[in-house]
Design a protein around this ligand. Structure first.
Ligand SMILES: [Zn+2]
Length: 474
């Protein structure tokens, strides 16, 4: 007997889009079938007419319960808050970071995240590893085990991001360490996530702006510039070519970054790019608004041309995922920093991700529904090793399902959000928005109500298909 049937919506699958019935039994999808062909006796039937039925979203880049740079012991919003908001926004799986700080090893870093998340999340979750600075040999030696244990994604930075006085732990992984890390990663089915900016150029600009007394936050794009992204992407790609390692560039922000990715992919290299919904919708000009640092995420917002390029990469080709770099703070914390050296990056992002991408991508730019699913769910699932358990509406997959109401057309207010005390998406003209969310067969959001059980989110171990680390397949 079936537990639940979703009927009457436009269902998006890899085989096409159609008005099909989706059948759920327990935590799994068991059938996607022609309308009325499934036995519905005893099953709950959800009327999905007027909606698009898609796989639950996957947020590949979130900082949850993470120390806020420059704010002492303060942390970003915890799993319970972020996962609740994410489910409201149709995102059912969150990936954050297990940080290997100096003095602890990788298992300790993972244990710290487990303590933070286990029993505290409404959504499913997993953790990327994050390595900082000069990676010690014993850490190199233990990456393999972590990958085998279901953590096949490793993030590094090629910059310290901030000036030495405010950076906290040194983050930058030098090119030599990057090379050796890539050699290790190439031997496993693992993915290297890179925050790629040229640290020399970044630090030079901090000093130059300080000398010229131009340190207002709205000059951030001069520090974290398109040139720096271009130079650094090229260096990372050269090392990847020497070592054969796959690369996933986080938060691509400029035309040049996208072009480098397109070029590498056209040569068959396993290179992937992510951008952020705020980079697609706002530009450096928005920094000039009163409290315009509210739009900021590192590296930085760029020009109008860059913004259009990023949409092009998402709607057509070149960028694989729409992420948010979720880094949720209060308004007070968000606007406390007023200079290029101390502004706080990030947002309450995960909740708006699916709706913004649908409204701007599908409704306004004609993006296909299958491409929408690719950039909000399927590609992240493939690249991060969750596919086909997540990221697809198909028999055997987890019944993580989101219904997007195509008749939802209005300006968003703060009441549309379920986390923090501000949103940069207040005033956004929604044209299609997630209204119903299922996580592993359970209806968790419906009719504006939150129905998830506390702590019901599960850790999901991951394994990347070798096709993903050999060729650009997502
Ligand atoms: Zn980030």
């Amino acid at each position: 007997m079936l537990d639940l049937i979703i009927r009457g919506g436009q269902v998006v699958t890899p085989m096409g889009v159609g008005e099909w019935d989706v059948a759920v039994q327990g935590e799994k999808i068991v059938a996607v079938a022609a309308p009325g062909t499934l036995p519905d006796e005893g099953a709950r039937v959800i009327d999905a007419s007027g909606t698009i039925v898609v796989p639950g979203g996957i947020e590949p880049h979130a900082h949850i319960s993470a120390p806020i740079m420059g704010h002492g012991d303060l942390k970003t919003a915890p799993p319970a808050e972020v996962s609740r908001a994410a489910l409201f926004g149709g995102t059912t799986t969150l990936l954050d970071f297990a940080i290997q700080y100096p003095g602890i090893d990788i298992p300790q870093a993972i244990q710290e995240r487990t303590t933070e998340w286990q029993g505290n999340s409404y959504a499913d979750y997993a953790h990327h590893l994050m390595l900082l600075g000069a990676i010690p040999p014993e850490i190199f030696g233990s990456i393999h085990e972590a990958v085998e244990d279901g953590h096949p994604t490793i993030k590094i930075f090629t910059t310290n991001i901030r000036p030495p006085a405010t950076t906290g732990e040194p983050r930058m992984v030098g090119t030599g360490h990057l090379h050796d890390l890539m050699v290790e990663i190439q031997k496993m089915n693992a993915m290297l996530l890179v925050h790629s900016e040229d640290d020399d150029m970044v630090q030079h600009m901090y000093q130059k702006l300080a000398r010229e007394e131009r340190t207002e936050w709205y000059n951030m794009h001069l520090v974290h510039s398109a040139e720096s992204e271009d130079v650094s992407f090229r260096r990372v790609l050269r090392v990847a070519e020497w070592t054969g390692a796959p690369v996933y560039f986080v938060h691509v922000s400029a035309t040049q970054g996208l072009q480098n990715i397109l070029e590498a992919r056209s040569n068959g290299r396993p290179v992937y790019g992510e951008t952020l919904h705020n980079y697609c919708c706002f530009g450096a000009e928005n920094y000039k608004e009163e409290n315009g640092m509210k739009y900021h995420t590192y590296p930085s917002l760029k020009s109008e041309d860059d913004r259009q390029s990023l949409w092009n990469g998402i709607v057509n080709n070149g960028l694989s995922t729409m992420a948010t770099d979720e880094y949720c703070t209060s308004w007070e914390t968000k606007i406390a920093g007023r200079t290029v050296s101390d502004v706080t990056g990030g947002h309450n992002g995960a909740e708006a991700r699916m709706g913004v991408t649908y409204s701007e991508g599908v409704s306004r730019r004609g993006m296909s529904l299958q491409r929408f699913v690719d950039v909000t769910s399927a590609n992240a699932a493939k690249i991060m090793g969750l596919y086909p358990r997540k990221g697809v509406l198909a028999p055997g997959s987890d019944a993580d399902i989101t219904l997007i109401d195509t008749n939802f057309k209005r300006k968003l207010t703060i009441n549309d959000f379920h986390i923090s005390d501000y949103s940069i998406w207040e005033g956004f003209e929604a044209d299609g928005w997630p209204v119903t969310t299922l996580l592993r067969g359970n209806v968790v959001v419906e009719g504006g109500e939150f129905k998830a059980v506390a702590g019901s989110g599960k850790f999901i171990p991951r394994k990347i298909d070798p096709a993903v680390t050999n060729r650009p397949v997502a």
